[in-house]
Design a protein around this ligand. Structure first.
Ligand code: 5GP
Ligand code: MN
Length: 318
């Protein structure tokens, strides 16, 4: 994809990523904004996403992020990044009404929702997909920092199997700009607030193993969220911690989003394709990390998920 060609003549460009933006989502939106401003100095380029965690406030453009989407004239070009059009939240109307829609993503569950699509499920992060279509000459320290942030978040600091030689080559080029990468990894990825650590401890303590110890689940209900005054972002990392437990093939973490409604996160080690499981329930994601929203009691949800996980563990096709 040639970004200069695709945006030629555009005066107003909008950019959005998925609801509950994570490091990859924030990094890809802000790096594209900085890049397009250099590529097309005449164009007005704006990012519309839900307020990202303060952990990302070191990124250039963080303070300019628009979190409200008031009615306005159609954009000349609108980018949906790190997701398909149905996960843009309030900004979906901007994308759908734009004169030209561009979708850049790496989710296997996304078949492309733009007039122009670049969806590469084999690539570990949306930031890496974007990096490969950028002109290296235009990348500067701020853009490099934002791309690097997305790459480390979606590869678990180069640990997950979505890390490739190309990922490390990209990272090698990016850190040559001299930003403090150790600090970014420590403060945006590993560091937890006291509250986040407490709620994680509680979730681990209350977790339950099932299917002969190959699966594990934990749930945080509304009451507990209120007790700790926690927001969904405070629960990040819990499902990864569950997946780290020896002997676990599939980890499930859920939190209550409404009456008989749960947001479900799944992680797997080698055997289970959790994107496939999530897609049965209207969600999606990647083979080793996926999610969905489910209705019913906690036990209904677990029973329904187990059915699909068990089939995969027994080697049956759905
Ligand atoms: P997480 O469990 O960290 O929220 O998400 C893991 C992966 O699955 C991410 O790539 C995320 O974008 C994707 N994902 C999580 N929930 C949903 C969902 O409800 N629908 C879709 N399509 N993808 C999801
Ligand atoms: Mn991503």
């Amino acid at each position: 994809m040639d970004l200069r060609e695709e945006c030629r003549g555009a005066k107003r460009i909008g950019i959005s990523g998925h609801i509950r933006p994570d490091g990859d989502c924030v990094g890809v939106c802000l790096s594209l904004q900085m890049y397009l401003r250099k590529l097309l100095p005449e164009a007005e380029v704006t990012v519309y996403i839900q307020k990202p965690s303060e952990e990302f406030s070191y990124l250039k453009g963080y303070d300019e992020i628009q979190t409200e989407c008031p009615e306005q004239d159609p954009f000349d070009v609108y980018f949906a990044l790190d997701c398909s059009g149905d996960r843009l939240g309030d900004a979906e109307k901007y994308f759908q009404n734009a004169k030209k829609k561009i979708n850049i993503d790496h989710h296997i569950s996304n078949s492309g929702c733009g007039d122009v699509n670049l969806v590469r499920p084999e690539v570990g992060s949306a930031c890496e997909v974007l990096y490969h279509i950028m002109d290296a000459e235009l990348i500067d320290r701020d853009i490099a920092e934002a791309l690097y942030t997305g790459i480390i978040h979606d590869t678990g600091v180069f640990q997950y199997s979505n890390t490739t030689p190309e990922t490390l080559q990209a990272a090698a080029f990016l850190i040559s700009f001299g930003f403090d990468f150790s600090k970014i990894i420590e403060e945006s990825f590993y560091q937890k607030t006291y509250l986040q650590s407490q709620i994680m401890g509680r979730a681990l303590m209350e977790s339950i193993r099932f299917m002969d110890g190959r699966c594990i689940v934990s749930m945080v209900d509304r009451k507990t969220m209120d007790f700790y005054n926690a927001v969904p972002g405070d629960l990040d990392g819990i499902v990864n911690q569950l997946r780290n437990i020896k002997g676990i093939d599939c980890a499930i973490f859920m939190y209550e989003t409404g009456v008989l409604e749960y947001k479900v996160s799944m992680r797997s080690n080698e055997k289970v394709d959790v994107a496939k499981v999530a897609s049965f329930f209207g969600g999606g994601g990647h083979v080793r990390a996926a999610g969905c929203t489910m209705k019913g009691t906690f036990h209904d949800c677990i029973n329904n998920l187990s059915l699909h996980i068990d089939k995969q563990l027994r080697g049956e096709q759905d």
